[in-house]
Design a binder for this molecule. Structure first.
Ligand code: PLP
Length: 410
């Protein structure tokens, strides 16, 4: 090991650690292991042929442009398509409100870079998306957490932390990763009222919003944002920065996401993105546009919903069949995950070791807490999108064996 380099790591790199869980979960690549651990979309959902045709068409008709450097903001027709798509959900963004990113993960990193100075506080849900914590922690974020219940973030518990003036709130309103819960409409309004009262902006991360399997679509925070009411000039974007991605609707290997923000914020993000990677792959943006256009995205999302709804239902049925009555779980209306709460005597990290002996894996709940959470270790996140229905049933059965063994020993 080169000590000359190791002793020179910057403070931000010292904050970034590889987790013990990641080491444990390496075994999930073994063929016999059924993994509910990753957040992977199903490979069965990838529209491979459409991609193949799109690649050929782009190279045939626009090869010279598609293989050239592009603008940092992103390929204009793709930004227009995204803006038009979001308009159907009430988000009235103009093209200049939209910047393409290399996945939403890059959006989170750029937001961290733009807003977080060392020691700044960010208000997050407990639990929340681990990748956001990784991105923000690199810039020295400290956290305040507000717990989540079956209706999403408990807005009744927000005022006290808001008085401590966090830089911003990071919120996952739809089928939250990891818990699968959705912020109720009443709480969405309450959240915006409080955000406005205390002058604290919101980053709304919405990778799963289109993957709803039941119930009515709820208005995004960026739409409810009270700034909308004040401004009628077409920029519906005020105190909320909105993020989404094609990772869960088309394919995560594309690395195509986007940020919706006021133009002045986009201008700053453009400078930071320039420093990071100049722009997201031109070729991939052309291909993504070609794939999504002419209504394909909508038709495809409908098929993906069918596929995942069935898998969710298989997992719910298997949990009801095999799990002991002391365990409870969420019933997500969309997304890729559900969240199990184990009996008080159980520790999900210990359960994971035992589950791996049964060749089944999940992520223990405490990984998703920014601050030590009450009973964090009683939870586990189960992904239902990537395994087949047969594997889901068998995996839940195996998991129940490990759980019953732990319960006997507890
Ligand atoms: C809540 C949330 N935000 C962002 C991301 C990152 O997605 P992308 O593949 O677009 O980088 C994920 C991925 O799982 C996620 O669950």
């Amino acid at each position: 090991m080169s000590t000359a380099w190791v002793s020179r790591y910057a403070h931000r790199a010292k904050n970034a650690g590889s987790s013990a869980i990641r080491e444990l979960l390496k075994v999930t690549s073994k063929p016999d292991v059924i993994s509910f651990a990753g957040g992977l979309p199903s490979a069965d959902a990838f529209p491979v042929q459409r991609f193949q045709e799109a690649c050929e068409k782009v190279l045939r008709e626009q090869g010279a442009h598609a293989l050239q450097y592009g603008t940092t903001e992103g390929y204009e027709p793709l930004r227009e398509l995204i803006a038009a798509n979001m308009a159907r959900y009430g988000i009235k963004a103009h093209t200049e409100n939209v910047m393409i990113t290399s996945g939403s993960q890059q959006a989170l990193d750029l937001i961290g870079k733009l807003f977080i100075a060392r020691g700044d506080r960010v208000l997050v849900e407990a639990p929340t998306y681990l990748g956001a914590l990784q991105a923000f922690t690199t810039y020295g974020a400290e956290y305040m957490s507000v717990p989540v219940d079956g209706d999403g973030m408990i807005t009744e518990a927000l005022e006290k932390p808001l008085r401590a003036r966090p830089k911003f709130m990071y919120v996952l309103p739809n089928f939250q990763n990891p818990s699968g819960v959705t912020l109720s409409e009443g709480r969405r309004h309450q959240l915006l009222i409080l955000a406005d009262r205390y002058g604290i902006p919101i980053v709304e991360d919405d990778p799963y919003g289109q993957l709803r399997y039941e119930g009515e679509h709820l208005p995004p925070l960026v739409v409810i944002d009270r700034e909308n009411l004040r401004r009628d000039n077409g920029y519906s974007i005020g105190n909320v920065i909105y993020l989404s991605t094609f990772s869960k609707t088309l394919a995560p290997g594309l690395r195509l996401g986007w940020i919706v923000a006021p133009p002045e914020v986009i201008a700053k993000l453009v400078q930071l993105k320039q420093a990071a990677d100049l722009h997201t792959s031109t070729f991939i943006q052309y291909v993504g546009y070609e794939v999504a256009r002419d209504g394909f995205l909508d038709r495809h999302v409908k098929a993906v919903r069918e596929l995942y709804r069935e898998r969710r239902d298989v997992m719910l049925a298997a949990l009801a069949e095999f799990f002991p009555p002391e365990a409870t779980w969420t019933r997500p209306h969309g997304g890729l995950f559900l969240w199990v709460t184990l009996p008080e005597s159980c520790d999900s990290r210990i359960l994971l070791q035992s589950a791996l002996q049964e060749d089944v894996a999940f992520v223990p709940g405490d990984c998703f807490y920014a601050t030590p959470g009450d009973g964090a270790r009683r939870h586990m996140r189960l992904n239902f999108s990537s395994a087949t229905p047969g594997q889901i049933r068998e995996g839940v059965r195996r998991l129940s064996l490990a759980l019953r063994r732990e319960l006997v020993m507890a």
